[in-house]
Design a protein. Structure first.
Length: 213
């Protein structure tokens, strides 16, 4: 059995080897000594870096899953840290890695590239700024259409949350005003309202006409 904790010299990258995401279906070695691996399993995958062989910047280390002398960076977003830490091994992926890091990990991006992304460049930065800007307002936490409880036809019942104090309140909004971007809707201007929760959460469907009617 291959162990993900072995040194590169002992590790034989092959199908079926252990990874943090299960047994590998595909394994690609990026170096002659097998110290950087790209693995894929039936459900997930990522990049494995032997940290005794390769130096990882401190601001990237928190994105890894550690197994003794190995750091594993999952394929969804964290892979970007490994690719940028070892650019000579991932030359064709540098732009994608930079875009991923900027969008999901703006603080690490700032540490690596020397500038903090703007809200227009990073979903995380935009969400941070939105929360600060609207912290004293009720914003959308959950919503139900007019098929729920006694929500009036053509309206949406919205449960709002105010992040400054975690207060919650219900609001009734015309359906044509409940539109994207949902997270920018300020609920304070709409009437407070709560449904009759003694009613079924889903309104019963009306009687259907028989085929002979």
């Amino acid at each position: 059995m291959n162990d993900i904790n072995l040194s590169p010299a002992c590790l034989k990258p092959q199908r079926g080897m252990d990874t943090p995401w299960g047994r590998a279906d595909l394994v690609e070695s990026k170096t002659d000594d097998n110290s950087v691996l790209v693995v894929s399993t039936s459900s997930h995958g990522g990049i494995g870096v032997h940290i005794a062989t390769h130096s990882i910047p401190e601001y990237f280390k928190k994105f890894a899953i550690y197994a003794e002398t190995w750091a594993w960076f999952e394929e969804d977003c964290s892979w970007s840290a490994a690719a940028l830490a070892l650019p000579e091994l991932f030359l064709d992926s540098q732009q994608a890695a930079e875009d991923t890091l900027r969008n999901w990990y703006p603080d690490a991006y700032a540490a690596h590239f020397g500038r903090m992304p703007m809200a227009s460049e990073s979903m995380v930065v935009r969400e941070r700024e939105r929360k600060i800007r609207l912290m004293n307002n009720f914003t959308v936490d959950a919503a139900w259409g007019d098929s729920a409880w006694n929500v009036p036809v053509g309206h949406v019942y919205v449960r709002g949350r105010r992040s400054a104090d975690n207060a919650e309140a219900g609001f009734l909004i015309p359906v044509d005003l409940y539109k994207s971007p949902i997270d920018e809707i300020v609920l304070d201007a709409f009437p407070r309202w709560e449904p009759d929760r003694e009613l079924p959460q889903s309104k019963p469907k009306g009687p259907t006409r028989s085929a002979s009617a």
